[in-house]
Design a protein around this ligand. Structure first.
Ligand SMILES: NC(=O)C1=CN([C@@H]2O[C@H](COP(=O)(O)OP(=O)(O)OC[C@H]3O[C@@H](n4cnc5c(N)ncnc54)[C@H](O)[C@@H]3O)[C@@H](O)[C@H]2O)[C@@H](O)CC1
Ligand SMILES: Nc1ncnc2c1ncn2[C@@H]1O[C@H](COP(=O)(O)OP(=O)(O)O)[C@@H](O)[C@H]1O
Ligand SMILES: [K+]
Length: 533
């Protein structure tokens, strides 16, 4: 059975193998799982191919190929014309895959001798969760041929588990990868179904139930989830009948100079629409007039440097702070950031120039974050991330290593910053900095220092517009101001940001995002079961 509301838990290849092992240990034979997987593939294929159509199944050397053998047998029994190509010699198959091959009652063709051209549908069962290295030789040639076929003939390709060549854990292409029109995976998705470029190769991903029960999740405890309201909805700060604006927090946004005031207003508007009770822009005196002329509900305060910021922050009711958008890169922003990180329980969202001002010196920023008490959220895009955490010099690395009692773990984290996996890069940075790291893009990752992570695949591409990141930083502050825990606040803000952009549609500019939130919030609250007058 396939489900259309996809469960949020994402399992790495090794977590999936553990789920598999636990299920088998509980008494379900591995071959039964393979039969169920193959049956789900066959059912999906029967919808994608015309009645009695020609289906080619490409099978690899492991259990992914085993699923292919099962699907081929079931499709043949349903009067499809099935041809099967095997990448290796049949003697090379082991275990359940060998059993599935024995049960196949048709011919087995060497993959390079297969004729793809007449196919109505190709099933890609070459490699799944066991992909261990880059594709080369005959495997690479098979994938190249399949991609040329689907490009030229425009026929569907159904990938089993993952498109072959995609690493399910990282979403990266290992040498070359199949471009699927649909991907059917089992039990739960993997990070690589959401992360780019994996998501693009999968096209649409569906999940089939093959008899692994969700009870195994209590043991596997996957740390990664898809960013959906069901994950953070229980912590969402829904306005209360007996609430008042002071109970909904006070967000403070720092503004740049007279030539750079727009970013702060975008962030402030995001904070206000996300529900902060009060929002103040702290601005250099020279820009006060520009803000005052443009603002109504949002208040202003003058702040010409770190000392004035410190004075403003003596007011503990200002419980969420956004710093970075439009501030400029350099010593002044660095000083402001360090002043903002003085010990206090408020949430601090550091974005844009606040991050770039610590280029090559993430260590100092991390030290300040660790001393700052309250939660810190860093919101870099790839460029800012690379500036802050990329290319650490040997000197930098030594400073990190000296600072910790457990240099081995620390070295792993430092290596993680260079991982090909966006998920691992964000996780490593979060653990090193002691902050929530929100690494932006079409596959935004939100990582907590404790290892939890969220991957978002809900944002439309028209969100890539000037200033939309400023709005996002403000929205995180707006939710933190209402005492939503910062990891969930950052994740919810990413989702609302995407939902607002989807609601508005193409042509969106940053100013439209906050204005799209009322409709999105209404639908969200309705999904929580709240009714409106
Ligand atoms: N819950 C589960 O985990 C289940 C998994 N099943 C299927 O089993 C698959 C995983 O099976 P396996 O672990 O056997 O892994 P795969 O079938 O993905 O591939 C492993 C095989 O490919 C070889 N290989 C790896 N990388 C290669 C490369 N670059 N070039 C050439 N050969 C390479 C390995 O030596 C091994 O023989 C899943 O993707 C799924 O399709 C299903 O049968 C049912 C249950
Ligand atoms: N291709 C894309 N698809 C979906 N969202 C995207 C894409 N590219 C960027 N985004 C999102 O758009 C926002 C851009 O933020 P940022 O790069 O900080 O822009 P700015 O500095 O102009 O505000 C982020 O939320 C990011 O995740
Ligand atoms: K596959």
């Amino acid at each position: 059975m396939t489900s259309h509301r996809l469960p949020p838990e994402l399992l790495s290849n090794s977590e999936m193998a553990e789920a598999d092992r636990l299920t088998i240990a509980s008494g379900v034979p591995g071959y039964a799982l393979m039969e169920n997987a193959g049956a789900a593939v066959a059912l999906e294929a029967s919808w994608l191919a015309p009645r009695h159509g020609r289906i080619v199944v490409l099978c690899g050397p492991g259990n992914n190929g085993g699923d292919g053998f099962v699907a081929a047998r079931l499709l043949k029994a349903r009067d499809f014309s099935v041809t099967l190509g095997l990448l290796v010699s049949i003697d090379a198959l082991r275990g359940d895959a060998a059993a599935a091959a024995r049960a196949w009652n048709g011919e087995i063709t060497a993959i390079e001798a297969l004729d793809l051209d007449a196919a109505d549908l190709v099933i890609d069962a070459l490699f799944g969760a066991g992909l261990a290295r880059d594709l080369d030789g005959p495997a690479r040639a098979a994938v190249d041929r399949l991609n040329a076929f689907s490009r030229e003939r425009k026929k569907p390709v159904l990938a089993v588990d993952v498109p072959s060549g995609i690493d399910g854990t990282s979403g990266q292409v290992r040498g070359v990868a199949v471009w699927a029109s649909k991907t059917i995976t089992f039990f739960r998705r993997k990070p690589g179904h959401l992360l780019l470029p994996g998501r693009l190769h999968c096209n649409e991903t569906i999940v089939a139930d093959i008899g692994i029960t969700s009870a195994v999740l209590d043991v596997v405890r996957p740390a990664t989830q898809a960013n959906e309201p069901e994950v953070w909805g229980g912590l969402y700060p829904v306005p209360r009948i007996d609430g008042h604006k002071y109970a909904r927090g006070h967000a403070l946004v720092l503004s740049g100079d007279l030539a750079h005031t727009g970013a702060a207003r975008l962030a402030a508007r995001g904070a206000l629409r996300a529900g902060a009770g009060l929002v103040t822009i702290a601005t250099p005196r020279e820009a006060l007039g520009a803000h005052a002329a443009a603002l109504t509900a949002i208040m202003t305060a003058v702040c010409d440097g770190p000392e004035e910021l410190a004075a403003i922050l003596e007011d503990g009711r200002k419980n969420a702070l956004v710093l970075g958008p439009g501030l400029g890169v350099g010593a002044a922003t660095r000083a402001l950031t360090l002043s903002a990180l003085a010990p206090a329980s408020r949430a601090k969202i550091l974005d844009a120039d606040a991050l770039s001002s610590f280029k090559g010196d993430a260590f100092s920023l991390a030290q300040a974050i660790r001393g700052s008490g309250g939660p810190v959220v860093l919101t870099p895009h790839d460029g800012e991330f690379a500036r802050l955490f990329g290319d650490l010099s040997a000197d930098d690395e030594r400073r990190w290593l000296k600072s910790d009692a457990d240099p081995e773990t620390l070295q792993k984290r430092l290596n993680g910053l260079r991982s090909v996996s966006k998920l691992e890069r964000a996780r490593a940075a979060a653990a090193l900095a002691g902050a929530i790291v929100l690494l932006k893009g079409p596959d935004t990752v939100v990582a907590h220092p404790d290892g939890r992570a969220m991957i978002d695949d809900t944002s439309p591409p028209w969100l890539a517009t000037a200033g939309s990141g400023d709005v996002l930083a403000g929205m995180i502050a707006g939710l933190c101001a209402q005492s939503m825990p910062p990891f969930e606040a950052a994740s919810a803000a990413v989702w609302l940001h995407g939902a607002g952009a989807r609601h508005f549609g193409p042509g969106l500019v940053a100013e439209d995002i906050p204005e799209s939130l009322p409709a999105v919030l209404r639908a969200l609250f309705q999904s929580f079961g709240l009714t409106f007058p």
